[in-house]
Design a protein around this ligand. Structure first.
Ligand code: ATP
Length: 904
């Protein structure tokens, strides 16, 4: 019984919208009132599906103790215990725990930051509430809400269609059917229809592939069809970046290498007759010395901090590997409208029948006029009325300023109509909509069919060159229909070119009286034999910051390519304003592109900076052509058809404001303000994050190398153990950790956007850096060994004393060395000591901890160190600055050799 009752209840498709509206207690025209919606939200809960919980703190903590080196250390602690060295056991375990805890804190914070990113990436729905349309987080939707959906949207809940215009959805996630399904509003039979046949319903988890519609929500969250089958949605896993993967492999190599060395040294020592326990300690120390234990946590933290910094610069990273790829980008392909320009359209010219009228006034406000003719009679009046009737946008006054809800191109037409005294709302009643073919950047046109008394009229607007091909007649300035001659066509096209050359975007308007009901036509049969009404040309100012960003990219060796649906002349004019490398030879239209094979395009692609009148499939070809040339391509997209190109690009970038959900899904990064300057900023951040990771890796590796060399050197010289395992553990896990973390937040290199992009195939440590690591590690080791030797032989002949000296010297040279790692070419004095206060703080903290060990009784007991005299400190500090001096000299030599920054 219950089953049956539920079934009837969910047969929304068998009821008319009016019936449903009554059942759900909502007005179809006005939507829910806010109070009702709030009440329903508390009853039904948020419109969300349950998600798999994020990794628990315990799992993260546990993961800190799974590495092989930790087990080696625990083994060492146990052996020390068995040999009665309880203090060693305790100390090793304490350091392992401390390191585990520090790793946990870093990783937990990184996880939290990355999880916060997900909450920033909410999807929005357009909902009608209290009589007006607004954008609302999809989680706030409730049954009874009325939503508008269009191409590229995710359907945010299960809903019954009220209206649909050429609406198609992709329902594979629910039904497994991969071809899009046509949707329409009519009532379906009251029988048990499978999901796939419920053509008047749209479902959560599906996407709109074309057209648009209005629908009444009948179920949200768990109550939806998807909610029933998916009780648990797994969240997207955080992928490791290529760099992290490479470092992990590198870690394995290091481990094997160090185990090899350990075995050799151990056998060598035994052969020489050293006591087994001493050799065991040496072996453990060496193993610990060779492995940069803190590295993975530092890299994760650097990435997470960098990604959060990007958010403040309007770039939302969706896939972590993109951070690295961004830094290697060699070409950015960008849309024009809204990204390079402000997308604030203002009609400045109207043209019909060979006459041009000027439209004055700025912005979306009604101030301004149409000069040169009476806009309330003849052809001009018809042009303006059509501009308002073939229009989906609305104007809204918010706090004294006017805003467009909908497409700015259409908003600009409403404003132009307003300047003649026409309002779309007033016309709407006398001319109700009878059908619609929404705008689509593939067709570059749209049509709205309206009834005017007994007449049915199709109002069409679109790109002039395309629309003109479908016109048979034109309307004269007096308002008479006349045949369109070839010479008239030519003069309209030449006017179009003239407007476009002034960086104006041009839309043509046309109409046609229909003899039959609109349902008897399709897009092919309706948009023909049109009467051409005229042109509307609008300006869309360049974003001032775009010009700066294009120049920034140029200096960074990154090519900027404009890809637009607009006319070639408009695109070129904007490109000139934005400072693109100029010349018509560098522009290609979609039509010209069609004439090129993939090979020909690839051969020419480096010379072309502007693509005009292109569609989404061209974008895909352009990405492929660049990639075939070995470029690392960033590609922006907003429309649903852009998704394949965005997916194909090395860095797919979706627009946050105008981008559709489908494009965002395909992207690696979302630019939340749609601004080209934010893309350039993200590249800059990407480069800087990579730099900082490299600094930390460089620092830690050179420090590890110095430790290995000290241990090896002393073994080869037949000296006693210069450092105990606990000393090396302390250095690697504590005193090195803080400076390495501070290097992760090092401020940007002033040259970061002056050097060419990094080669994505290049190693993290190129030859130069590898040499630097070896040189620095060796110098630090030599100085430390010298101190050990001097203390051991000349000063006192006491091993604990010599070890104290060695231990402290190594800590000091390494702390100073952190400053050297801030830049591989510039002297610390050129970049400024205080420009990274975190590093100064970290070094001071580590120095204080070290002093604490030397000066406290418990420190001396655990670390087996002895207090030092002033002259001993002097020796250490005197020799301790040597490596720093060597590093400064090495940098000076590099600066002399290559005065200009090169790719890194
Ligand atoms: P991009 O954003 O990639 O720079 P675009 O947004 O300028 O490209 P489209 O929106 O595809 O490109 O516009 C292409 C052409 O279609 C425009 O030049 C204009 O003539 C016409 N057009 C644009 N919007 C509309 C609209 N809402 N109605 C009718 N025609 C339009």
């Amino acid at each position: 019984m219950v089953e049956r009752g539920q079934n009837i209840h969910t047969r929304w498709y068998a009821r008319s919208p009016d019936e449903l509206a009554r059942a759900l207690d909502v007005s179809l025209a006005e939507g829910l009132r806010e109070e009702d919606a709030a009440h329903r939200l508390s009853m039904h809960g948020r419109n969300e599906l349950p998600e798999a919980p994020p990794a628990s703190p315990w799992t993260i903590l546990g993961a800190q103790f799974t590495s092989l080196i930790v087990w080696v250390l625990i083994g060492a602690a146990i052996v020390s215990g068995l040999l009665g060295e309880w203090v060693d056991t305790g100390a090793i375990l304490a350091i392992v725990l401390l390191n585990g805890f520090l790793g946990f804190v870093q990783e937990y914070r990184a996880e939290q930051s990355l999880a916060a990113l997900k909450t920033l990436a909410v999807t929005y729905a357009r909902v009608i509430r209290g009589g007006s349309r607004r954008s609302l987080s999809s989680t706030e939707l409730v049954p009874g809400d009325i939503i508008d959906v269009e191409a590229g949207d995710h359907i945010p809940a299960d809903a019954r269609l009220i209206q649909a215009a050429a609406l198609r959805t992709q329902e594979a996630a629910l039904t497994g059917e991969s071809t899009p399904v046509d949707k329409s509003g009519g009532v379906l039979p009251d029988s048990d229809l499978p999901l796939a046949d419920r053509r008047n319903m749209v479902f959560l988890g599906t996407t709109v592939t074309g057209g648009k519609g209005r629908a009444l929500i009948v179920a949200t969250g768990r109550g939806t069809e998807l909610g029933r089958i998916a009780t648990l949605m797994t969240s997207v896993p955080v992928e490791p970046t290529p760099l992290q993967r490479r470092l992990e492999q590198f870690g394995h190599v290091l481990l094997l290498l160090s185990l090899g060395i350990v075995v050799v040294v151990f056998v060598l020592g035994l052969w020489r007759g050293e006591p087994v326990f001493d050799m065991f300690l040496t072996a453990v120390s060496l193993a610990v010395a060779a492995i940069p234990e803190g590295l993975p946590a530092i890299v994760t933290t650097t990435l997470a901090l960098g990604v959060m910094r990007m958010v403040t610069r309007h770039a939302l990273i969706r896939r972590l590997p993109a951070v690295e790829t961004l830094g290697a980008a060699t070409v950015i392909c960008t849309d024009k409208t809204g990204t390079l320009t402000k997308n604030e359209m203002t009609v400045t010219r109207l043209a019909l029948d060979g006459l041009v009228y000027e439209v004055t006034g700025e912005g979306y406000g009604p101030d301004g006029a149409i000069t040169g003719g009476d806009p309330r009679e003849g052809g001009l009046q018809q042009l303006l009325l059509s501009a308002l009737l073939c229009n989906d946008a609305t104007l809204k006054e918010v706090d004294g300023s006017w805003k467009v809800v909908g497409d700015p191109t259409e908003g600009a037409l409403l404003v132009a109509g307003g300047k003649a005294g026409w309002r779309k709302e007033d016309l709407e009643r006398a001319h109700p909509v009878a059908g619609e073919i929404p705008f689509d950047s593939e067709r570059k046109m749209m049509t709205v069919v309206r009834r005017s008394g007994s007449d049915i009229v199709a109002y069409v607007k679109g790109a002039p060159d395309i629309l003109l091909g479908r016109c048979r007649d034109y309307l004269s300035v007096e308002g008479e229909v006349r045949p369109l001659t070839d010479s008239m066509r030519e003069s309209i096209l030449s006017l179009n070119r003239r407007f476009a050359g002034q960086a104006l975007r041009v839309v043509a308007l046309a109409r046609r009286r229909l003899d039959q009901e609109p349902s008897t036509y399709d897009s092919e049969t309706i948009e023909r034999q049109l009467v051409f009404l005229g042109l509307a040309a609008m300006k869309d100012p360049l974003r001032p910051e775009a010009k700066v960003a294009v120049e920034l990219c140029r200096s960074a060796g990154i090519a900027t390519v404009m890809i637009t649906g607009d006319h070639k002349e408009t695109a070129l004019a904007i490109a000139r304003e934005a400072g693109f490398p100029g010349g018509a030879a560098q522009a290609l239209s979609g039509l010209e592109l069609n004439g090129l094979t993939d090979g020909e395009l690839s051969a020419r692609v480096r010379d072309i900076a502007v693509y005009a009148r292109v569609s989404a499939e061209h974008k895909l070809r352009i990405v492929k052509a660049w990639r075939a040339q070995g470029a690392v391509v960033a590609m922006t997209g907003d429309g649903v058809n852009d998704a394949p190109a965005v997916r194909e690009a090395d860095i797919g970038i979706a627009m946050g404001l105008t981008g559709t959900d489908v494009t965002k899904d395909a992207s690696d990064m979302v630019v939340t303000d749609d601004n080209f300057a934010s893309i350039a900023a993200a590249v800059e951040e990407g480069r800087s994050i990579y730099d900082n990771i490299r600094k930390a890796v460089h620092y830690l590796l050179s420090c590890n190398l110095s430790e290995v060399l000290v241990m090896l050197g002393s073994t080869l010289l037949g000296w006693p153990l210069p450092l105990l395992p606990i000393h090396i553990l302390w250095i690697n896990l504590v005193t090195d950790g803080f400076p390495a973390l501070a290097l992760a937040v090092d401020p940007k290199d002033p040259d970061v956007m002056k050097r060419p992009p990094r080669d994505p195939q290049a190693r993290l440590l190129d030859r130069e850096r590898f040499l630097a690591v070896c040189l620095q590690g060796t110098v630090m080791a030599l100085v430390t060994l010298a101190v050990f030797g001097i203390s051991l032989t000349i000063w006192h002949d006491e091993v604990p004393f010599a070890r104290t000296m060695t231990f402290t010297t190594l800590v000091s040279v390494q702390l100073l060395h952190a400053f050297s790692c801030r830049h591989e070419r510039y002297s610390l004095f050129q970049i400024g000591v205080m420009t990274n206060r975190a590093l100064v703080g970290a070094v001071l903290l580590s120095a204080l901890l070290q002093a604490g060990i030397l000066l406290s009784a418990w420190g001396q007991e655990i670390f087996k160190v002895v207090p030092l005299r002033a002259d001993e400190w002097e020796l250490m500090l005197g020799l301790g600055v040597l490596p720093f001096v060597v590093m400064e000299l090495w940098k000076a030599w590099r600066r002399m050799r290559e005065p200009v920054a090169e790719a890194r």
